[in-house]
Design a protein around this ligand. Structure first.
Ligand code: ADP
Length: 742
């Protein structure tokens, strides 16, 4: 609650040259000082309280007898901070200023003062006064002789009005002060905001600049990695290639061991290079996934084919199981899928010393346009302690510290695999315990090819009528072959060794339903595949059965041109379904030649080919020539794309091995030029077909293959070129040539 402030007494100034007038004013305005007031007080003492007369405000009266004096009083009162509320001013006050002039002067000092001009008669009319003083609500005229009550009411009303005016003025001033303060606050806040805004703009600008710098740096990093990869690959090409050639020459054991180490380290370095490149791309979010048509079975089989020599060198059985009848015409990034598989299978082989590595594919679910796949990579290796399993998918992590020393590796493989799998919307995981092998598995989503886009497939194989015996000591191989062949309506049985095979074949023949085919594993304990074959051929009761030998790729079994061993066909292990079908199919029953892949990597290829080699680096030229000679070819060598184009204009070649980066004209431009000339009628191939161009390049970057292919090249091998890969590329060309031209 606010306590009421004491009302200050209102000051009133009387300016009149007539002294008696002053007395009158005091009587009227300050009755407490008058005798009647004293009487009232006495009456109160004698008779108790009397009804109080209504009171107006109390006044303090000052007097001045001339205008000038009045002005001085007003000045003093203003200076004291206690100004007059009302002044009664006589109009005629000789000899000094008259009332009008006095009023005008007083208002200069105290414009709020309420003035009552008192006059009996005057030199001024009301209009004159208004002309002198201006229209004002502070001025009232009182005609003399005045009535007491008139004076009192005027004093009351005017001083009240004056009071209200002051209060209002005070409040207005307060309000103005508040507004001013608020305005100042707002201005300060505004200035703060402006400053913050400015800082924000500066920060945004510098963030933009930093981002630009970072982008440039990142691009530079990517470019640097790509260049380094290219630069390191080129000399590595020579190191590994020359080592391979050296290994083909007579060496003593120690020299051979040393060279093997050189070759092994070289290959390891290349893997590391690829891993780091991939990992930095994934980290930079630069890894792009492509969509193209591919065949799932082919991806699995070629992956295993690549890794088979390693498995073989350790005596491991490498098995791929892709059930017959699942949709294998898929769309997706086969390269990335292969990369994950390669990684898991490479590890499985690396960490397994005896037994097998099995890759099994299953379809988890499928709809009209997508397939969910699950891959299991199972090994019988050293296993992994559960406590470290989760960590393995982090970069640079290995199960235990001794791994690097014993098995090598960077610990990046699984980290890359995990990221690739998650980019294919799948999951990766493992089951393993030390000593009992590991199973790594992952899922992924792939699109299905549109039905009308699937190439008219060879009609589904039917082996109806064939009775096939599978002889293999490895259960995974046996079971996968049996179930695949059974799915093609053959009558199949699997046995584990030669003795059981002989018994089964004999029993069936005796019963009048002999086997038509026997698939024999080359390497089995007790009785080898060759021994079994000989035994079969030596037994007239069963000798007519057709024998297909399953030979591990590394054993370099070259078939049996003499027929003495009794082998009708050879299929390399890990078994490619197409090869098996060809070997069991009707065509091969007439022409019984071993499939080309049965030959030794470095033996000359049987088919003729004119080969042009475009390569600017002298060491690489020598290497490629040596490799081609191994395969039975003498290449023509040119050192840039332009020379290659000229050579093709003047001579006929079947195959061009085209380096990517060359001075004057690179491989891509040269290929485009060659294709353009061909469209204009230049026939370069010896059999009037477009020349087969194989890109040979040190760019191992993602997307390069597609770049080469879209420039019109037919195939791609990356440096360092390995003899086996070169050989396979030439075989691919040769096989493709046998197909009719589309
Ligand atoms: P790297 O093989 O290059 O060291 P990875 O990321 O591929 O890197 O593997 C990480 C670690 O996981 C390996 O070092 C090894 O300790 C363990 N590991 C992976 N696969 C297997 C496996 N099949 N059997 C046993 N250990 C494995």
């Amino acid at each position: 609650m606010r306590t009421a402030e004491p009302i200050p007494r209102r000051r009133v100034l009387i300016i009149d040259d007539n002294r008696a007038i002053h007395e009158d004013f005091i009587k009227i305005l300050c009755p407490g000082n008058s005798p009647s007031e004293s009487l009232e007080k006495m009456e109160e003492l004698l008779f108790g309280s009397v009804a109080p007369a209504p009171r107006g405000p109390e006044f303090e009266i000052d007097s001045a007898y001339q205008g000038r004096e009045g002005l001085e009083r007003v000045q003093e009162a203003v200076a004291e901070g206690h100004p007059y509320s009302v002044a009664f001013v006589d109009v005629r006050m000789p000899p000094g200023w008259d009332g009008v002039e006095t009023t005008a002067r007083i208002w200069e000092v105290d414009p709020e003062l309420q003035i009552v001009l008192c006059t009996a008669y005057s030199n001024y009319s009301w209009d004159d006064m208004l002309v002198h003083l201006g229209v004002s609500d502070r001025l009232v005229i009182l005609k003399k002789p005045f009535d007491n009550i008139e004076v009192q009411q005027l004093a009351n009303a005017l001083s009240e009005k004056w009071m209200l005016g002051r209060k209002l003025g005070g409040q207005m001033a307060n309000l103005a002060a508040m507004v001013a303060e608020r305005t100042r606050d707002l201005e300060t806040a505004n200035a703060g905001l402006l400053q913050a805004n400015q800082q924000l703009a500066e920060a945004t600008q510098s963030a933009r600049e930093l981002a630009a710098v970072a982008t440039v740096a990142n691009e530079a990093k990517g470019e640097f990695l790509a260049n380094m990869s290219h630069e390191i690959r080129t000399p590595m090409n020579a190191v590994i290639g020359m080592t391979e050639l050296l290994l083909e020459t007579p060496l003593d054991d120690q020299q051979r061991d040393l060279m093997e180490v050189v070759r092994g380290s070289g290959k390891l370095l290349l893997t590391l290079l690829d891993d780091i490149l991939d990992f930095s791309r994934i980290e930079a979010g630069k890894l792009s996934f492509e969509e193209h048509d591919y065949d799932l079975r082919q991806v699995v089989e070629t992956t295993l084919e690549l890794l088979a020599p390693r498995a073989d060198a350790k005596g491991l059985e490498l098995v791929g199981v892709v059930p017959v009848g699942i949709s294998t015409h898929l769309r997706g990034d086969a390269g990335r899928l292969r990369q994950v598989l390669m990684n898991l299978v490479t590890n499985a082989i690396k960490f397994t010393d005896a037994g097998e590595v099995v890759v099994e594919v299953r379809v988890l679910s499928e709809s009209a346009d997508e397939v969910w796949l699950r891959f299991d990579v199972r090994d019988t290796g050293i296993g992994i302690d559960p406590s470290v399993q989760a960590r393995l998918f982090q970069a640079f992590t290995q199960a235990d510290g001794s791994t690097t020393r014993r098995y090598g590796g960077s610990g990046l493989g699984l980290a890359i695999a995990k990221r690739l799998v998650s980019l294919m919307q799948g999951d990766i995981g493992l089951e393993s315990s030390p000593g009992s092998g590991s199973t790594f598995h992952f899922t992924c989503r792939q699109s299905r090819q549109r039905l009308d886009e699937i190439p008219p497939a060879t009609p589904p194989e039917s082996f109806e009528g064939l009775r096939i015996l599978v002889v293999d000591d490895n259960r995974s191989v046996r079971e996968s072959l049996c179930s695949a062949l059974a799915a093609c309506r053959a009558t199949v049985r699997g046995v584990t060794d030669g003795r059981e095979a002989m018994e089964t074949l004999t029993a069936a023949a005796t019963a009048g339903s002999p086997y038509t085919d026997v698939l024999v594993d080359l390497t089995m304990p007790v009785m080898s595949g060759l021994e079994l074959a000989q035994a079969i051929k030596a037994d007239p009761g069963i000798a007519s059965v057709r024998i297909t030998l399953l030979a591990p790729i590394g054993k370099r079994y070259q078939g049996d041109p003499t027929g003495r061993e009794g082998i009708d066909a050879t299929v390399m292990k890990p078994v490619k379904w197409r090869h098996l079908c060809e070997s069991l199919g009707p065509a091969s029953r007439l022409a019984r030649s071993p499939v080309p892949s049965a030959r030794l990597a470095s033996t000359p290829l049987g088919f003729p080919a004119r080969i042009l080699l475009a390569e600017d680096n002298l060491v690489n030229q020598r290497l490629a020539r040596a490799q081609l000679r191994k395969l039975g070819y003498e290449p023509v060598i040119v050192s840039d794309g332009q020379e290659a184009v000229r050579a093709l204009e003047s001579d006929r070649f079947d195959v061009v091995l085209m380096d990517g980066q060359m001075p004057i004209m690179g491989g891509i431009e040269a290929t485009q030029e060659i294709r353009r000339l061909e469209r204009q009628g230049l026939s370069v191939g010896s059999d009037r077909r477009p020349v087969h161009i194989i890109a040979v390049t040190a760019s191992a970057l993602r997307g390069d293959r597609e770049k080469f292919m879209s420039a019109g090249m037919n195939d791609y091998i990356s440096k360092p070129v390995q003899l086996g890969e070169l050989r396979e590329a030439l075989v691919r060309w040769c096989e493709g040539r046998d197909r009719p031209v589309e």
